[in-house]
Design a protein around this ligand. Structure first.
Ligand code: 5GP
Length: 175
């Protein structure tokens, strides 16, 4: 799709952030470009509008930027998957490993039901640990995860392998 080149060009790469050796993919410059931002949302909406998706689950924090406009456009509910101790109601949580140590994401009990068909949205898949934890939260309550959608993939890190047979759709592959 011709729109993908414009989206890729709008993403800024910042070397050595947040630490030396990391080439950080910065999507804030995509958000500064209304055409690129609209094209990003449109491409996801075109893909998911007729798939019977009932919930878009966005991963904190940048999944909160891309998830809600997709959810509104396809007529699905939006559910935030948050860092620990942010959600006020009863939660279930899923731990995942980082390079050093572990982290957790949480989801409100009752937000997603066994009958739901889910799309998980984040800005970027690197090792796949974050998306894998997100998928597990949804599957624990019986929902069907139709697909995971990200703007950017770092294919060298083989994050897809961690997700087994759950499909991952990305717009831009970064090297
Ligand atoms: P993973 O769990 O797949 O290793 O890492 C993905 C998570 O880390 C995502 O939530 C994503 O927002 C964040 N992340 C890791 N590297 C980058 C990056 O270069 N750019 C952005 N925007 N997010 C990143």
């Amino acid at each position: 799709d011709a729109r993908v080149a414009g989206i890729a060009a709008s993403i800024r790469v910042i070397p050595d952030f947040p630490k030396p050796g990391i080439m950080f993919q910065d999507i804030t410059t995509l958000l500064l470009d209304p055409n690129a931002f609209r094209d990003t949302i449109d491409l996801f909406v075109e893909r998911y509008k007729d798939q019977g998706i009932t919930v878009v689950a966005g991963v904190e924090a940048r999944g909160f930027i891309f998830g809600p406009p997709i959810a509104l456009a396809i007529g699905a509910k939006f559910v935030p998957l948050r860092k620990p101790k942010k959600l006020p109601g009863e939660v279930i949580s899923e731990e995942y490993s980082l390079e050093y140590g572990t982290d957790k994401i949480e989801m409100h009990v009752g937000a997603v039901e066994a009958s739901d068909r889910a799309l998980v949205v984040d800005d970027l898949i690197a090792t796949g640990g974050t998306l894998c934890a997100a998928v597990k939260l949804l599957e624990r309550v019986g929902a069907k995860v139709v697909e995971c959608a990200c703007v950017i993939e770092l294919p060298e890190l083989k994050g897809r392998d961690k997700l087994g047979d759950r499909p991952v759709f990305v717009l831009v592959k970064a090297d």
